[in-house]
Design a protein around this ligand. Structure first.
Ligand code: SF4
Length: 428
């Protein structure tokens, strides 16, 4: 299959658009004027069950949903469409709605790597042993977009990309040399594997020369969104060769695969792709968020982990959804998240216990929602910091917050686990 992607305009030219029920067409028309939308021919033909629209989980994973906007904004936008205003005239209101959507991500000033007081753009270090790198070509796009993704503000946004990504592959090298305690380097995105193998190699090569770096991590949803990247794409063989090359340099290659639903793992193409990656020696660990209406039952998680184990993958993290949508429409209440996770664990093989969850990763601490306890007749959620910036001294600490059956929010985890004042930055 040759890759073909569709945006909000070109999707309307496909036969799939004509198959949408009337209501769904309207929702698509209205919401895709505000939100990012990208889908490809594989997702359309092999992952979405068009007989099950709108409940199909992969459909919900890619197509924008009504709940993503407030009822007021949705209705107003719908009216603008109904009266037939052209795009140019609608744009003012669309922009004002978009502005409300801009997710803010907290970063500690201390997380920005610096040399001689100068920040190295495109790097971020929230934990002592790992450096996250954002090479400019890797932050641009993915093979399809997830409806819950909060990184969309950076897609097609050269200004945001300039502020957060680097171009010269050697930029972070002096910092890595000066900080030998960094053992892991993570290439993330958008999706690094959208790039050609030769372009990826350009950024990884200099890092391979750093002896203290033992692990190269690549975060990607390519296995779910475009498994042909590893089988029949023009440079699929070159990509697999790159994976071998990384390991021939004595590094462990951790392929962190983003999977949300078992359906993403069920067909022969993805199974073949997994097999090919595993044959290179790379280890595939799986992570993804718990998302309302998509994978929020224990049956969903059991099916997901079973598929992962059967395919030789390692379940790694189940995240609490990042909740950057102002309507909180993707996040599951914490009490339910915990219940669903614990029920699923009880019913799966011990091999699935490698998965940690539900874990918050959208703050500077990586925090485990570990259970519920009672103290003096009051119920509390138990939170445990799995990782935290060293200067906060929060790692390993346990904190209790009041239990509430309906809350989706654990408050400011950074504040909860920090020990001293840190300078904070808000970046988009
Ligand atoms: S693949 Fe990852 S970065 Fe890309 S849209 Fe989905 S969640 Fe966002």
């Amino acid at each position: 299959m040759l890759f073909k992607s569709y945006n909000n305009k070109s999707f309307k030219q496909t036969e799939y658009y004509t198959r949408l029920p009337k209501d769904e067409k309207e929702i698509f028309d209205v919401l895709s004027s505000v939100f990012h939308f990208k889908v490809n021919n594989y997702v359309l033909a092999h992952l979405i069950n068009w007989e099950a629209i709108p409940e199909d989980p992969i459909y919900k994973l890619v197509f924008p949903r009504k709940e993503m906007l407030s009822a007021f904004d949705y209705e107003k936008l719908k009216q603008l469409f109904k009266i037939g205003l052209d795009e140019k005239t609608r744009i003012g209101f669309v922009q004002s709605v978009k502005k409300k959507m801009h997710p803010e991500v907290k970063h500690a000033e201390t997380g920005f790597p610096k040399i001689d007081g100068e920040i190295i753009t495109g790097g971020y270090r929230n934990f002592p042993t790992i450096l996250n790198l954002f090479p400019d070509p890797m932050v641009k796009t993915c093979h399809a977009y997830c409806s819950y993704c909060f990184r969309w503000v950076a897609f097609d946004n050269t200004e945001a990309q300039k502020k957060t990504a680097y171009r010269d592959p050697y930029d972070p090298i002096p910092y890595l040399k000066d900080n030998p305690e960094i053992t892991d380097v993570l290439f993330t995105g958008a999706d690094p594997l959208v790039l050609k193998a030769s372009a990826i190699k350009k950024y990884i090569d200099p890092v391979l020369e750093i002896e203290s770096v033992q692990v190269i991590r690549i975060n990607s949803k390519a296995l779910a969104w475009w498994p042909y990247r590893f089988t029949t794409d023009k440079d699929a063989a070159a990509l697999l060769e790159l994976f071998r090359y990384i390991q021939s340099k004595g590094k462990h290659l951790n392929f962190c695969a983003h999977f949300t639903h078992a359906k993403e793992l069920e067909n022969e193409v993805v199974k073949e792709a997994i097999q090919k990656i595993r044959e290179t020696g790379a280890v595939i660990r799986c992570q993804g968020p718990l998302v309302k209406g998509i994978n929020d039952t224990s049956e969903d998680l059991i099916a997901l982990w079973k598929e992962q184990i059967a395919n030789g993958l390692i379940p790694y993290y189940l995240f609490v959804e990042a909740d950057h949508n102002p309507e909180s429409c993707f996040r599951v209440p914490l009490a339910k998240a915990l219940r669903v996770f614990q029920e699923a664990q009880k019913k799966t093989s011990g091999l699935a216990r490698t998965v940690r969850g539900p874990v918050f990763m959208n703050d500077l601490n990586r925090v485990l929602l570990d259970g519920v306890t009672e103290l003096n007749g009051e119920k509390y959620f138990v939170l445990k910091s799995l990782q935290s910036p060293p200067e906060t001294n929060g790692e390993g600490k346990i904190k209790l917050i009041p239990f509430d059956e309906h809350t989706k929010d654990a408050g400011d985890l950074f504040e909860l686990f920090k020990e001293k004042e840190l300078e904070m930055n808000q970046i988009n």
